[in-house]
Design a binder for this molecule. Structure first.
Ligand code: 3PG
Ligand code: MG
Length: 394
């Protein structure tokens, strides 16, 4: 069993909490604060127990150097407002200002470090580079708490190397995520329907190999659908496509049972990703060469909803279209409604998918579990070892 924050003394101690505060931003306005709210139970427990809490996290993919468009400053300000207490934001990670802020902390105080990915060592593939950075992160702390479930599939310094160097425990969010997602790794109630979409296709495409052997039906929307439509010989216009996925899609379709992988048969297309662009619904085999698919069409959404209605278990990761823009949100809304209405055990995973259900006004209580992790939950349900969890168990 994993040690949790209930098993360790924290009073007066310097506790480094790795959270996943990778929230969507519009400029410096946070458009969905779900991941920040999900981090509150652990932070408030540590604060009320008199810990000195140091929060570290990443935001976006700044590429290993400081870039203020990815600063955690707005997140620190919002966290302070939610907690009703000052969050000290020194503006660096392991430099002298961070050290001074940490040294000045009182029990019950909270410091947030700047975006970990401003340092290339955080995400480095070189164990030495990561280890050196992890040493510096760990130096001023007495205890490490892993609570950033959404980043635990990354073998990054703050996720993997720091807990190898410190007394470590899981936070409440990680505990809750693991307990819920375990229900998708054994004795799954069938039919097991997996719904996959979203834009980070490269991160998730590998999952098909495993899901074909586990799920009864796999419903594919979002940008994830285009390599499969192309594998059927269809033209995908100017839709988001990444190289190298066509061959994999062809082989997944061969491995899958007939009808196991369901693709959109109609799409909402437009010339550009814009709410005011002229748009139309077309059959998937009649995509205009100069247009891109931005949502699944109404017939596909209804067909997907019907399949979801028969499920015993549903796992959903990735929106069906560009839900952030109202004209392309219908497919995601129809799928979300079907999942909310179903009597199955349902898990909705991912930063974008969680944001989608909240933005579209769904109550999180309508789903069995809303995971803060997209890639992380997808790897967990495949039975893969998440580096962040492995480091806690050693
Ligand atoms: C996420 O948003 O999926 C997590 O915060 C991990 O971010 P990453 O995909 O950039 O590693
Ligand atoms: Mg994600």
């Amino acid at each position: 069993m994993m040690k949790t924050i209930d098993d360790v003394a924290v009073e007066g101690r310097r506790v480094l909490v790795r959270a996943d505060l990778n929230v969507p931003l519009d400029g410096d306005r946070i458009t969905d604060d779900g991941r920040i709210r999900a981090s509150l139970p652990t932070l408030t427990a540590l604060i009320s127990r008199g810990a000195r809490v140091i929060v570290c996290a990443h935001l976006g993919r700044p590429g290993g150097r400081p870039d203020l468009t990815y600063s955690l400053a707005p997140v620190a300000a919002h966290l302070g407002a939610l907690l009703g207490q000052e969050v000290d934001f020194p503006g660096d990670i392991v430099g002298s200002e961070a050290h001074a802020a940490i040294a000045a902390m009182r029990p019950g105080g909270l410091v947030m470090l700047e975006n970990l990915r401003f340092d290339a060592a955080e995400t480095s593939k070189d164990d030495m580079a990561r280890g050196y950075f992890a040493d510096r992160l760990a130096a001023p702390v007495d205890l490490y708490v892993a609570d950033g479930f959404g980043a635990m599939h990354r073998k990054h310094a703050s996720v993997y190397d720091v807990p190898l160097r410190c007394v470590s425990a899981a936070g409440y969010l990680v505990q809750a995520e693991v307990a819920a997602l375990r229900r998708l790794t054994a004795e799954i109630q069938r039919p097991y329907v997996v719904v996959l979409g979203g834009a980070k296709v490269a991160d998730k495409f590998d999952a098909f190999g495993d899901l074909i052997s586990k799920a009864d039906r796999i419903l594919v929307g979002g940008a994830m659908a285009f390599p499969f439509l192309a594998a059927h010989g269809l033209k995908t216009g100017t839709s988001l496509r990444e190289p190298g996925q066509l061959a994999a899609a062809v082989s997944y379709l061969k491995q899958a049972a007939p009808g196991q992988i369901e693709l959109p048969s109609d799409l909402v297309v437009a010339t550009e990703i814009a709410a005011d662009a002229p748009r139309q619904v077309v059959a998937a085999d009649a995509m205009p060469a100069d247009q891109m698919g931005l949502d699944i069409g109404p017939a596909s959404a209804e067909r997907f909803a019907g399949i979801i209605g028969t499920a015993g278990t549903v796992f959903w990761n990735g929106p069906m279209g560009v839900f952030e823009l109202a004209p392309y949100a219908a497919g995601t809304r129809t799928v979300a409604q079907a999942i909310a209405d179903s009597g199955a055990f349902t898990v909705v995973g991912g930063g974008d998918t969680g944001a989608a259900i909240r933005t579209l006004g769904f109550d999180a209580g309508a789903f069995g579990h809303v995971s803060t992790g997209g890639g992380a939950s997808l790897e967990f349900i495949q039975g893969k070892t998440l580096p962040g969890l492995a480091a806690l168990e050693t």
